[in-house]
Design a protein around this ligand. Structure first.
Ligand code: ADP
Ligand code: F6P
Length: 459
């Protein structure tokens, strides 16, 4: 095949030591190294005036092209339309959406700008792969500029039900733009079903079978590609002896305290307020566990310039304070709430040292933390995953204790059940989950998507 061209809002440059290369960045970098290629996107910098050209960094066979954004464009495109309209809407939070024509114009402008600056970097046999809700219109812009190469798009968030999506003033333009790609990928059957529902009932398109649909005058392939993790790496790290002081404590004192863990960006979609309330319900109902179990909630701040995120930060701090105020003792706090990031080695040690992984988003495209928790466990003494039915991961990890995060009693019951679960049952459930996680890895996800895109055009 020709080169791979990846376009995403955030770009991780291989040589940037400061950037914490997450699993996705590493997987994409591997593919770019293999085929050679370009990774294009926002530099992460906000400047007074958007430059007329991207900054180019070459590392081996990969060209990184990153563009700074002016304060105005960043406010409209990223803080505005992407994170105050699309993100809440795609996560079923109509109550938190703030639609604005000005934000939408900024979003369109950035997508046009990305397309025009990417154009000169393209070669005739490139395979173009665009990521996530920030860049839906990019493909249509490239098509308008004459690019007829295969173009794929992967949505990392949920795709909402038609009744929710149609609340967006520009819903039709957005879905039409999605149809400019040859291949559109989603995490779960649910997302795909919602998309097809829109195509048939709102866009007047048709389903042709064999993953193909026809809409807005184009034929495209739509398919599910559930994203995975670098399972081997997590298993390998999990098997090492604990090294950090923090986690040595966790592991060396397993009997005087039991830990539950949550690891999430501080986002309202993650259900953190509801999680704290469910844990409070558990402590209300299980006096015996007071003083013995602690919820460690790691939640680094995210998108802090967006008002709805400022609000959730405030709300959670209050909630943690109230809960600790109600139950803490001189030598025990029920919630250990940490607003910071940790490196992967530390996270694995936290996961492995915790008897329960409490992953209860109100809505989540996939939720990689759930998979990371399972992969980090000791096979001889695995912890229990308590997982929201509204996380994409619940489709694959149905051997977890599946809960409704809106139902505090249900979550409290699952915590209690998890803490009492016999070793044999823990092992059986873990075995079922790890098999899935070992099969659907991040590499498989990436390779499957690229292989499907290589078959385009599909007509
Ligand atoms: P989202 O993409 O919405 O943030 P995911 O659960 O799918 O949610 O992915 C989050 C990723 O970020 C995981 O790989 C997780 O390990 C990482 N992560 C989350 N919180 C932290 C943290 N405090 N420190 C380091 N990594 C984190
Ligand atoms: O998983 C959804 C997502 O928006 C990713 O695209 C992104 O890298 C991650 O969440 C973190 O969000 P942000 O890039 O806005 O900090």
């Amino acid at each position: 095949m020709g080169r791979l061209v990846v376009v995403s809002n955030r770009v991780t440059i291989a040589t940037d030591k400061k950037a914490q290369a997450g699993g996705l960045a590493v997987a994409l970098q591997d593919a770019l190294n293999q085929f050679g290629g370009v990774w294009f996107g926002w530099s992460g910098k906000v400047v007074p005036k958007t430059p007329t050209e991207p900054t180019i960094t070459k590392v081996k066979k990969v060209t990184y092209a990153t563009l700074d954004l002016s304060r105005k464009l960043h406010a409209e495109y990223y803080n505005g339309f992407a994170n105050r309209a699309l993100w809440p809407l795609f996560h079923y939070r109509l109550d938190l959406t703030a639609f604005s024509q000005q934000h939408y114009s900024g979003y369109q402008e950035v997508n046009k700008l990305f397309a025009s600056q990417l154009l000169p970097l393209l070669k005739s046999d490139d395979l173009i792969w665009v990521h996530d809700y920030h860049l839906v219109p990019l493909g249509e812009e490239l098509r308008a500029a004459g690019i007829d190469r295969p173009m794929g798009f992967f949505l990392h968030t949920p795709f909402p039900a038609m009744e929710i999506l149609t609340a967006l003033p520009s819903h039709r333009e957005l879905v039409k733009a999605l149809c400019a790609y040859d291949l559109v990928g989603f995490h779960t059957e649910n997302d795909l079903r919602a998309f097809l529902d829109y195509i048939v009932h709102e866009a007047g398109g048709g389903i042709m079978g064999n993953h193909l649909i026809h809409a807005f005058g184009r034929t495209l392939r739509v398919e599910i590609f559930p994203i995975g993790i670098d399972t081997q790496d997590f298993e390998k790290l999990g098997a090492r002896p604990a090294r950090s002081d923090k986690t040595l404590h966790l592991r060396d004192h397993p009997h005087d305290r039991t830990w539950l863990i949550g690891v999430d960006r501080l986002d309202y979609s993650k259900g953190l307020v509801e999680r704290f309330r469910s844990f409070e319900r558990f402590l209300d109902r299980h006096r015996d566990y007071r003083g013995k179990v602690t919820l460690v909630q790691i939640a680094p701040q995210s998108r802090s310039e967006v008002p709805e995120y400022k609000e959730i930060q405030r709300e959670l701090a209050t909630e943690a304070g109230l809960l600790n105020g109600k139950y803490a003792d001189f030598d025990w706090v029920p919630v250990n709430y940490l607003n910071r990031s940790f490196n992967r080695e530390e996270l694995v040690e936290f996961y492995r040292g915790s008897r329960i992984g409490l992953i209860t988003p109100l809505r989540d495209g996939m939720n990689l933390v759930a998979k990371e928790y399972v992969a980090s466990q000791d096979p001889e003494d695995p912890g229990v995953l308590v997982l929201s039915r509204f996380a994409g991961a619940a489709r694959e990890l149905d051997a977890a204790l599946i809960v409704n995060p809106f139902d505090f009693d249900d979550v409290a019951d699952a915590i209690s059940r998890g803490l009492q679960m016999p070793l044999e049952e823990r092992k059986e459930r873990w075995q079922a989950m790890i098999e899935v996680i070992r099969t659907n890895t991040l590499t498989v996800w990436r390779d499957d998507f690229i292989a499907a895109l290589q078959e385009a055009p599909y007509e």
